[in-house]
Write a protein that binds this ligand. Structure first.
Ligand code: GDP
Length: 430
């Protein structure tokens, strides 16, 4: 396929994460001049397999594994300097010389953010998404408090000391006085260790907004790689069961300093059913035998924890919001093969809340908790013809075409990529 049709492409999750963004990114990353992350931190995870070599990355964009593209960690990302150094060492170990740039404006995750994250989880109980305890929420909060330490600060001892004194004492107070935990690491120890990390990372720290601006002006192609999904967006998602950053495409502009006016193509990756890690109401959730079958077939178990993920039928209320908020130009529908063999396929088109039909994601947690799925039942497609990807879209069963057309009508967006297996070639492009 010719995947690099436009100069600036973005790939974002249209559900709860784990939609299969990794595979879709793989189509584009190798041919891009730049691959860029714009939000989140090392709370994300993607697996990329190139020439039989498996890479597990949390912070560095997946473009790194192809050698040629420049990988950029934008200012909207939060960076644990130690985790970044470890990941750089990891890719070097695999024989890659990392072409990597980190924004000088990206905020650094400090040890007190990680300590606070652990303490916060107990405080928030069930009324929050399960935290990865990597310091993500506290570092974003500190950024807004204007207590944060940016990557550039690690290179400037006087400013670093000044800011660290403020940030350290503030967080220590919250951890010890409000959350009743202790913070055992001293300010001086942090100062020394993080100054050292700064020196090690110095070659990678740049004004990445200017770099991307110049790259775009000179006709280079850029791929923005989203993490998580729309329902985890801190503004548009099911708050407070969200992540602590904006996952929506709009954040590309603020999180990298590249104007949204320049983005040509925004692909929303949508799994043909859904899965969810962690708490929150989930209207189209299924349980029991059917859930187990879908979970086993789809391999819906946590990649690091092995914990079973919650699963459910495709929720078009959610996808409708993803189309609108992200300004999706197209949908990549993934894991279609996992639904092979189902005789009937329920699709959630709206919610019933106290007898009212609701077609958009409610902001009200009361309503979302009460929401019951309103399903349309579509016939399944049995099995797909052998090697159907070689024959193209025309060769797929009519019932699958109808299923896809139904989604397109309901959410007002075209499905341009249909993924029917984990491998690169198991894909149909329209
Ligand atoms: P991400 O969190 O959105 O990046 O999701 P991943 O890239 O980790 O995808 C989740 C899993 O689904 C991975 O193991 C992929 O190999 C797999 N996957 C992606 N697309 C398909 C597909 O169309 N069919 C099947 N069976 N597996 C897929």
């Amino acid at each position: 396929m010719t995947s690099q049709q436009s100069k600036i492409t973005a790939i974002v999750g249209a559900q709860w994460g784990d939609e299969g963004k990794g595979k879709i990114t793989d189509f584009f990353a190798g041919e891009s001049d730049y691959v860029v992350r714009f939000h989140g931190g090392n709370n994300a995870g993607h697996t990329v397999i190139v020439d039989g070599n498996t890479f597990k990355l949390h912070l560095i964009p997946s473009g790194i594994v192809y050698g040629e593209p420049v990988s950029i960690i934008g200012n909207g990302v939060v960076v644990d300097p130690k985790a970044l150094l470890d990941e750089i060492a990891y890719v070097k170990d695999k024989g890659i010389n990392p072409k990597l740039m980190v924004s000088d404006r990206a905020h650094a995750i400090m040890p007190y953010h990680i300590a606070m994250d652990g303490a916060l989880s107990g405080h928030q109980g069930d009324l929050a998404a399960g935290s990865t305890r990597r310091g993500i929420a506290p570092v974003y909060a500190d950024k807004m408090f204007r207590n944060g330490i940016r990557m550039i600060d690690l290179l400037e001892p006087d400013v670093f000391k000044e800011k660290l004194e403020k940030g350290y004492s503030f967080s220590k107070g919250i951890i010890e006085k409000t959350l009743n935990r202790s913070l055992d690491i001293s300010l001086n120890e942090i100062f020394d260790t993080y100054s050292d990390y700064g020196q090690k990372l110095k070659p990678y720290i740049h004004d990445t907004s200017v770099e991307l601006y110049n790259a775009h002006k000179s006709g280079k192609s850029i791929l923005f790689e989203g993490a998580q999904g729309i329902s985890l967006d801190v503004d548009h998602g099911v708050y407070p069961f969200t992540t602590s950053s904006n996952t929506a495409a709009g954040h590309i502009s603020t999180g990298t300093g590249v104007s949204f006016r320049d983005i040509d193509r925004i692909i929303g990756v949508t799994k043909a059913y859904l899965s969810r890690v962690g708490e929150s109401p989930l209207p189209s959730e299924i349980r029991g035998e059917e859930a187990k079958m879908l979970r086993d077939k789809g391999g819906e178990y946590g990649t690091t924890t092995g914990r079973p993920r919650r699963v459910g039928w495709l929720d078009l209320v959610q996808v409708r919001q993803a189309v609108r908020v992200n300004g999706l130009t197209e949908i990549a529908l993934t894991k279609v093969d996992i639904l092979n063999g189902f005789v009937e396929l329920p699709i959630c088109v709206a919610y019933d809340v106290d007898g009212n039909r609701i077609a958009e994601m409610p902001a009200s947690l009361t309503e979302y908790r009460k929401a019951k799925p309103i399903y349309e039942i579509l016939p399944g497609w049995g099995d797909l013809p052998k090697n159907v990807w070689e024959k193209g879209y025309d060769a797929i069963p009519q019932t699958l075409k109808d299923y896809i057309s139904f989604i397109e009508r309901e959410v007002d967006c075209s499905v341009k990529i249909v993924s029917i297996g984990p491998q690169r070639h198991e894909t149909i492009i329209r």
